[in-house]
Ligand binder design. Structure first.
Ligand code: EAX
Length: 299
């Protein structure tokens, strides 16, 4: 029985993707492997779960890349704000040679990356005001993931980034410890942030990739035949997860509106990109302008 954890509910994108993965594994190993699911951050924040998978006390985590750069630094490049044009672009990069080369970096860090799943394009919510342009975000205390690339970028928007593990976020929003946060629509829906946040701006300021990570303790004991079951199962899970992201993008915004959120659709994306320019100078130094361009050039 494999323990699998993720941040959101069983009916969310992470839950749907994890279930398809587990069903495929169970079916194609004739029931020799099955999963026990720990949704809703029951096993802790994503950083803690990744550590547990490294140690082998947890078998699998379906996690955003938020804290992953702290384990596999090369990964940070895919967390750059405004790097991807849209879902097609992002998925093409992740499933193409660039993304697959990144997956190959994990084993030397004590993790097996089975597939890129997906969290989605992140949008800002807050309790204070509409955000149309960076000036509107200025001075807002926003919870961010424990991710340096994000924090450096968001500072150029004038935001005061406050890193925090996801399980603490709902309470922090409720108590006003932070004014806002940013997450994809499927997470905003599943975590019921409409109960504690009034304003939703469709900033789409960064793509949030996700991964299905397996403990080497499990992987190293699998027969070659079983290994050939796990990887396609992870790809099937990823496809289901992405489909759920699409569905939530299509239906979730109206739902959040009906729950009382005020949605800003006419975000000044050009102004956000302009504000980000100084951060891109540093990103180019850190990751190489060529490597960034290689991702941007994927059509
Ligand atoms: O992976 O920490 C976050 O904001 C993540 O997007 C969330 O836990 C889902």
């Amino acid at each position: 029985v494999l323990k699998i954890g993720y941040a959101t509910a069983p009916d969310s994108h992470y839950g749907v993707g994890s279930k398809v993965f587990c069903d495929e594994v169970e079916k194609n190993t004739q029931g020799r492997f099955k999963c026990q699911h720990f949704p809703n951050s029951a096993l802790g924040g994503e950083r803690e779960q990744i550590e547990a998978v490294q140690l082998g006390t947890q078998d699998l985590v379906n996690t955003s890349t938020g804290p992953v750069g702290n384990f596999v630094p090369e990964m940070r490049i895919v967390d750059l704000p405004f790097l991807f044009r849209d879902y097609d672009h992002a998925r093409k990069v992740m499933d193409g040679p660039i993304g697959q080369d990144l997956l190959a970096k994990f084993p030397s860090k004590g993790l097996i990356a089975l597939a890129w799943t997906e969290n989605g394009f992140r949008h800002m919510t807050n309790s204070k005001r509409d955000i149309v342009k960076p000036e509107d975000a200025k001075g807002l205390k926003m919870r961010t993931m424990e991710n340096k690339v994000h924090m450096d970028g968001y500072r150029t928007f004038g935001i005061l980034p406050t890193p925090m593990a996801f399980p603490e976020l709902f309470g922090a929003l409720q108590q006003g410890t932070v004014d806002g946060q940013e997450n994809p629509i499927p997470v905003i829906l599943s975590a019921k942030f409409s109960q504690v946040q009034k304003h939703l701006s469709l900033t789409g300021h960064v793509y949030s990739p996700a991964l299905l990570l397996l403990s080497p303790r499990v992987w190293n004991k699998l027969s070659d035949a079983d290994k050939k079951v796990f990887v396609p199962a992870a790809k099937a899970g990823a496809a289901a997860q992405r489909k759920k992201v699409n569905d939530d993008e299509n239906n979730g915004i109206a739902l959040l509106e009906s729950q009382g959120m005020k949605v800003v659709r006419n975000v000044d994306s050009a102004a956000f990109r302009e504000a980000l320019k100084p951060a891109y100078v540093n990103y180019a130094k850190e990751f190489g302008a060529d490597n960034i361009k290689r991702i941007q050039d994927v059509r």
